[in-house]
Ligand binder design. Structure first.
Ligand code: 6PG
Length: 243
């Protein structure tokens, strides 16, 4: 019976948030390796994951995960060169992947034309997850953040991409953004075994008061992430929590 397991962790600070998220990732990793011999994870961008990336690259954690069995993807990417400092790939590469023995990572090609880059990444996922048409990849873990407007990955409020139930990856054009974006679609996020949201800081108080209302019909993209057969974990620090 498909079930969503919902957990909310409120931690003392960002460091504790990183430790909590790392422990959830470790548990998902252990289950994936035991059952399938490989662990698939998709990283988001933004600044919130940085303490987690740095923790996972620390000596005690670098030995916890056998990075030769970890396959890294991205939830979204800005349409710019990989060496651009706004690149989500660059962030994860700098803060984590270059510091552990990670060799299996597949970035979205922000330097390419957005539509063809989205199509190419969707094909890569279909190949890697051995999908037949109409199927969606089932990631072991997807790491997400939430913007103050309630966006997650690069799914923004009111964007037609939120209604896309056909594609795995789509290109997004938001007038408020300086670049086009590439993003996994909601069906992919909601097919994950585990989605972990990270949020920290008082700046997220307001958006969380709506985003964490999972009993209401969702209005924000972050509220629409409800894995239909998996875990939904919100890991927030005490500054982000208004309780
Ligand atoms: C991106 C991210 C985005 C991010 C939120 C939160 O490409 O920007 O994928 O969805 O998670 O914007 O960003 P912060 O962590 O910086 O608050």
């Amino acid at each position: 019976m498909p079930t969503m397991h919902l957990s909310l962790y409120v931690t003392a600070d960002e460091e504790a948030m990183a430790h909590e998220a790392a422990a959830i990732i470790r548990d998902q990793y252990s289950e994936a390796i035991a059952k399938r011999g490989v662990f698939t994870i998709a990283f988001s961008g933004g600044s919130t994951p940085i303490p987690l990336y740095r923790l996972l690259s620390s000596p005690q954690w670098a030995k916890t995960l056998d990075w030769s069995k970890v396959i890294v993807y991205w939830t979204d990417e800005r349409c710019l060169a990989p060496e651009n400092e706004a690149s989500n790939y660059r962030l994860a590469r700098t803060e984590l992947l270059s510091r552990v023995e990670a060799t299996r990572f597949y970035r979205m090609k922000g330097e390419d034309a957005p539509q063809s880059a989205a199509e190419a990444y969707a094909k890569l996922l279909a190949d890697h997850f051995c999908l037949i048409p109409g199927e969606f990849p089932r990631f072991d873990c997807i790491l997400l953040g939430v913007g103050t407007d309630g966006h997650t990955a690069s799914l923004f409020p009111g964007d037609p991409a939120l209604m896309d139930t056909e594609h795995l990856v789509t290109d997004v054009y938001n007038p408020k953004l300086t670049t086009a974006r590439l993003t996994l679609t909601l069906p992919v996020l909601n097919n994950a075994r585990c989605c972990i949201f990270l949020a920290s800081g008082r700046i997220k108080n307001d958006v969380l008061s709506t985003a964490l209302n999972l009993m209401a019909a969702p209005i924000l993209p972050a509220q629409m992430v409800r894995p239909h057969n998996g875990k939904l974990c919100w890991v927030i620090d005490s500054n982000a929590y208004q309780g």
